[in-house]
Write a protein that binds this ligand. Sequence first.
Ligand SMILES: [Zn+2]
Length: 226
Amino acid sequence: MKWKFWQTKTDEEIRAETKALQSQLDKLTNKASVEADKYNETGRDLERKRNSKCPKCGSTFVNDRIKRQQGKIDGSSSGAFFFGTGGFNSSLHGELDTNEVNKCNDCKNEWKKEKYKWRSTSKIAQDHIRQLAWQLEVLYDARHCDYDPSDIKETYDSKAEKREGLIREANNSYRVNEIKRFFNGTSLKILKLFIDDNCPSYDDYYKRKMEKYWNVNDLLDLGFVQ
Ligand SMILES: [Zn+2]
């Protein structure tokens, strides 16, 4: 009988399996945590540097102070900082508290205090999930591309050629390396658990996207395992 397959495992086997899954999931989460630490450390260093040296005269004789300001200041026009790290398509944005300024004691220059926006392990995990979802969508779109031979802007000679070209392009994307590097050998089961863990909201945009574009062959090509 069909339903018998799930009765063939003993409780002990099920427990052992759950434990093995948990340990694999922990390993992946730990990877994200190491990345988060690295991000945060770099951000804090940069924050310290920018707040401790006057941008005008270079003096490091600097004080913190709270300045009362009227009205709102648009943080985007001022010293917000962002930086990328080795190919990973994500940047860190400085958050500004318009009430806090640094003051140079040598030239009296005042500038807004920069505050690093801390990133959690989950946020880093979500970045990786987002990248994966994006890649799966691009592959899906490539397979379902439109082809209009009468369109002079069409650079391909046939739909099949276009389809292949777009798939090749998708596979050459920088995302592929990032996905392979981070998820390297992750099983599909663990991937699902990882998504559930880090995108707990039922209607999470990228979780929905992952479900919509979930494609086992594409995932195996990206280095996941059954
Ligand atoms: Zn100065």
